[in-house]
Design a binder for this molecule. Structure first.
Ligand code: FAD
Length: 390
């Protein structure tokens, strides 16, 4: 099989690169290891920066988002039985939007299928070659070994994908920190309460309450890295969430059936070398941020914009200028965002062996973000996201 751009991975990054290329008249084939049903049902991120929403609208993916996205104009921080409600209004009308990642993925897949464009599901990519001249992607599909020939490879295959290791010397450009805790994430059929939405620091560990829709909540508890997602009963989870989110008022979460549970490790990871020859990587293939900032999906969208434009310029006018500065341009958004997500992570979790002095230091950080003008400005700016250069 032949195409102009071979895209590995049907996550938000790969699907968006494909969509932008399509609208610029460039053909692509997406190879995705998982089944269609698995990709459509995979629950992950859900808080979109204004820039992400604008991007999706600009590329014709705003219809359901405009209908079902829930504007989020404030967020709460809770610690030591107190709460700060921080406005996200920076005077420009921008705000965050709650809209599940799986809806974005579904919107993009359905649009691509309606346009009759190829996504090969259950296509497991094993290796790439000749990435400097005439790239080839080797993959296995329906029990057969196959090859996709292309002019450029978009490596959008997530943290565990194969693309990154085909960038020569990429290991020497990797920066990693692994946190000694994980998040138990649940999806619950329980209407999220406006008065109970945000991040809570508790001496028992972090808790987070967010909305996926008016009737479905996404909530998290800090747990051990090897925690079994099924170890706690539904009632134990709800009780623990209410204890950890105690803000000194009598408010309690709405409860309902838990319909999904998973445990995810927290790490910060950046590969600074994001391109070699005719291969570039985007999204989780290049960086992982702890979910405390709600930034992973938003960063993937930022990379996808730059990658698609760099590919367009290469394939239409043979201009490599943007491609040559691809890593640097992406990293100007990635590092400050990773820094913010890690700062949130470190202020909100209880670390093994943490002293009461260290807990008091965390309270000071949270008080700064929650109750001082300069701290609130910092939080607002970081949560709303950095502007795009392209
Ligand atoms: P992915 O969405 O990971 O897509 C990569 C795709 O490549 C996958 O479909 C994968 O199957 C495919 N692939 C991998 N290897 C191959 C191969 N060899 N051949 C073919 N295909 C391959 N972010 C937030 O902002 N907030 C959150 O609350 C949040 N929660 C998360 C919870 C979990 C459990 C996880 C794992 C992530 C979460 N994230 C969250 C991060 C966010 O979901 C990611 O940043 C986002 O999915 C990145 O998109 P992507 O397209 O780069 O990668």
């Amino acid at each position: 099989m032949k195409t102009q751009v071979g895209i590995i991975g049907a996550g938000p990054a790969g699907l968006l690169v494909a969509r932008i290329l399509q609208l610029n008249g460039i053909d692509s084939v997406i190879l995705e290891r998982r089944t269609r049903a698995y990709v459509l049902e995979r629950v992950r991120a859900g808080v979109l920066e204004a820039g992400t929403v604008d991007t999706l609208r600009a590329y014709g993916m705003g219809e359901r988002l405009n209908r079902e996205g829930i504007p989020m104009r404030s967020m709460q921080l809770c610690w030591d039985r107190q709460k700060a409600d921080i406005s996200l209004d920076d005077g420009t009308g921008r705000h965050l939007t709650t809209y599940g990642q799986q809806k974005i993925v579904e919107d993009l897949i359905l649009q691509r299928e309606a346009d009759g464009l190829p996504i090969v599901f259950e296509a497991d990519v094993s290796s790439l070659d000749d990435i400097e001249n005439a790239p080839r992607i080797h993959y296995r599909h329906n029990g057969e070994d196959k090859v996709l020939e292309c002019q450029f490879i978009a490596g959008c295959d997530g943290y565990h994908g194969v693309s990154r290791r085909h960038i020569p010397g990429s290991d020497e450009h990797v920066f990693l920190t692994e946190y000694p805790f994980a998040w138990l994430g649940i999806l619950a059929e329980a209407a999220p309460l406006a008065a109970r939405r945000g991040f809570a620091h508790s001496t028992r560990g972090l808790a987070v309450a967010s909305a996926r829709s008016a009737s479905v909540g996404r909530l998290y508890l800090q747990v051990e890295t090897d925690a079994d997602p099924n170890a706690m009963s539904d009632q134990q989870i709800w009780d623990e969430l209410d204890i950890r989110m105690d803000d000194g008022t009598a408010a309690q979460l709405n409860r309902g059936p838990i319909i999904e549970r998973s445990v995810a490790r927290l790490r910060g990871y950046v590969c600074e070398k994001m391109r070699h020859g005719r291969l570039a990587i985007a999204g989780d293939a290049a960086h992982i941020v702890p979910p405390s900032g709600g930034k992973g999906l938003n960063l993937a969208v930022g990379d996808a914009r730059i990658m698609a434009e760099a590919i367009r310029r290469l394939l239409t006018t043979n201009d490599t200028t943007l491609l040559d500065s691809y890593s640097q341009m992406c990293l100007r958004r990635i590092w400050p965002t990773v820094h913010w997500a890690c700062s949130m992570c470190e202020a909100l979790h209880i670390f093994p062996g943490q002293t009461s002095f260290q807990t008091r230091m965390q309270y000071q950080t949270l008080n700064h973000w929650g109750n001082t003008e300069i701290g609130q400005q910092r939080l607002r700016k970081a949560q709303l996201g950095l502007p795009y250069e392209i």
